[in-house]
Write a protein that binds this ligand. Structure first.
Ligand SMILES: C[S@@+](CC[C@H](N)C(=O)[O-])C[C@H]1O[C@@H](n2cnc3c(N)ncnc32)[C@H](O)[C@@H]1O
Length: 248
């Protein structure tokens, strides 16, 4: 069972592939798009397009572009856009974000939970800088250490200590790179727990519902392993911050 199929099943009840509740997503989008009747937004690593679709649904003057390497996720994004009547305002590109060359600048660039595609936060900021219109905003979601990671936390995440820093240091790096956080959201323990129980629960439930499927055992194993890595490893250690940034 490949990672994209696991991710699709795991996100069945939590379409945003990051530890953010619907209210948090709505608040961040409201702040990002406040006061702008129209514009263009770009989501780098858009997955199923959940951020873009939510943003477009309530804002008829906006258009959107999404880029992702997961063809099946983009197909679902397109199906959702069709259902919501948004296909005329969204373009979806099956492409590596590092190779994406856009036409024209964007008023809002998003990259939530996908900074690894650029090898980290600072290269993501550098890429976004090239894509933003003057006065444009960047919404970027990134991990950080809530506390010093234990070996079990690092094992569970398949991460190295230096992959992340604490929130203050992460924010200092953003500032030093010439950005100002004009808003932000730190995911709560409740959002994390909801996300992880939804991820593991949806996948395990699918395995229980499809006992004769050739992938059932692999799905169950993936759900059980992920749950153990979270509960015995990184719960309370890995944090997630979503910054709304402006260039200085
Ligand atoms: C954790 S998901 C986040 C999806 C979405 N931003 C959201 O918040 O719901 C990360 C996404 O990044 C995509 N991705 C990873 N590496 C990529 C790359 N090099 N180019 C394009 N997309 C990539 C994955 O396919 C996946 O859809």
């Amino acid at each position: 069972m490949d990672r994209q199929q696991i991710s699709r099943l795991a996100h069945a009840h939590h379409p945003i592939a990051a530890p953010l509740a619907d209210e948090s997503v709505a608040r961040l989008l409201d702040r990002a798009l406040a006061g702008r009747e129209s514009g263009r937004m770009l989501d780098l690593g858009c997955g199923e397009g959940s951020w873009l679709l939510r943003a477009l649904a309530a804002r008829p003057g906006w258009r959107a572009v999404g880029v992702d390497v997961d063809a099946a996720a983009l197909t679902r994004a397109w199906e959702s856009a069709t259902t919501l009547g948004l296909v005329r305002r969204i373009g979806l590109h099956h492409q590596d974000v590092r190779e994406f060359t856009a036409v024209g600048p964007f008023d809002l660039v998003l990259c939530v939970g996908a900074t690894h595609a650029f090898d980290g936060l600072l290269p993501t900021l550098a890429a976004a800088r090239e894509l933003l219109a003057p006065g444009g905003l960047l919404l970027v979601g990134e991990g950080f250490w809530e506390r010093e990671p234990s070996p079990a936390a690092l094992d569970g995440l398949g991460a190295a200590r230096e992959d992340f820093a604490d929130l203050a240091t992460t924010t200092d790096r953003v500032l030093a790179d010439g950005w100002t956080p004009v808003y932000g959201h730190v995911s709560t323990v409740r959002e994390w727990d909801d996300y992880e129980f939804s991820w593991t629960g949806s996948l395990a439930e699918w395995a229980l519902d499809h006992p004769d499927h050739p992938d059932a055992a692999a799905a169950r194993e993936a759900a059980d392993r992920h749950r153990a890595e979270w509960l015995h490893g990184y719960r309370g250690t890995l944090g997630f911050v979503t910054y709304l940034l402006r260039r200085d």
